[in-house]
Design a protein around this ligand. Structure first.
Ligand code: AP5
Length: 215
């Protein structure tokens, strides 16, 4: 299966992606994690993308496409993948379509997690992420058993540098102007499934599992 997760910042894409990964065992490719890791390791890509990510602006398409295409060429992606955070522009979606055509492959599902803007600020400001395994928590909705310690791997939890109200505003602006046209893009291809993501995580997961036939 080849799956794309779409939705505003804080819609819960990462939270659902980790559950799908557990059930479907597909390679999980999280664009934001790739960039954050590159920034932390100060790689060539990391240096190039740091200012964009810090300010909540989209990284230029040519760089994003170069990074993701290299990842999709790896052996583990031959029979499927789960994409969180890519594509985010029509140009990125066109590049993915072109690569799929070349490989005689197709995208099977695009899951769109729909949430109103008002709730994403609270979700994102309360988010804590594990430094070691990237598990996602929320101080109010899904807190860890021990403060600042990951339940799964005992790693330390951190608050993302771009999870501030000012940067979230910019990320939402980028989402509405550049990413939301993809809803129509994939609707036209008849592969978009909309899920109401303004509900508890387990209810959203029920829909996700049903659509992907993972049960
Ligand atoms: P990225 O890391 O992809 O950030 P994002 O899209 O803004 O998405 P988030 O990770 O903030 O949200 P999410 O939907 O995964 O929500 P989560 O499950 O964590 O990108 C970061 C940056 O990288 C971009 O700004 C850009 O600069 C760059 N970039 C990345 N990809 C790019 C691309 N393709 N092109 C150009 N630039 C790119 O949930 C959020 C919180 O809510 C958590 O605390 C969670 O516990 C909680 N939560 C989740 N679901 C629920 C629920 N149902 N009820 C209550 N709480 C919930």
């Amino acid at each position: 299966m080849r799956i794309i997760l779409l939705g505003a910042p804080g819609a819960g894409k990462g939270t659902q992606a980790q559950q799908i990964y557990q059930k479907a065992k597909l390679p999980l490719i999280v664009m934001g994690d790739i960039f954050r890791e590159a920034i932390a390791r100060k790689t060539e890509v990391g240096v190039k993308v740091e200012q964009y990510v810090k300010q909540g602006k989209l990284v230029p398409d040519d760089l994003v496409i170069e990074v993701i295409m290299a990842r999709l060429k790896q052996d583990d992606c031959r029979n499927g993948f789960l994409l969180d955070g890519f594509p985010r522009t029509t140009e990125q979606a066109d590049a993915l379509d072109k690569a799929m055509k070349k490989d005689k492959a197709t995208i099977d599902h695009v899951l769109y997690y729909a949430v109103p803007d008002e709730i994403v600020v609270e979700r994102i400001c309360g988010r804590r992420t594990c430094k070691k395994c990237n598990a996602i928590y929320h101080l109010k909705y899904s807190p860890p058993a021990v403060e600042n310690v990951c339940d799964k791997c005992r790693g330390e939890l951190f608050h993302r540098a771009d999870d501030t109200p000012e940067v979230i505003e910019e990320r939402l602006r980028a989402y509405h102007s550049a990413t939301s046209p993809l809803l129509q893009y994939y609707r036209k291809q008849n592969i978009l499934k909309e899920i109401d993501a303004d509900r508890p995580v387990d209810k959203i997961l029920e829909d996700t599992v049903r659509i992907l036939k993972l049960a």
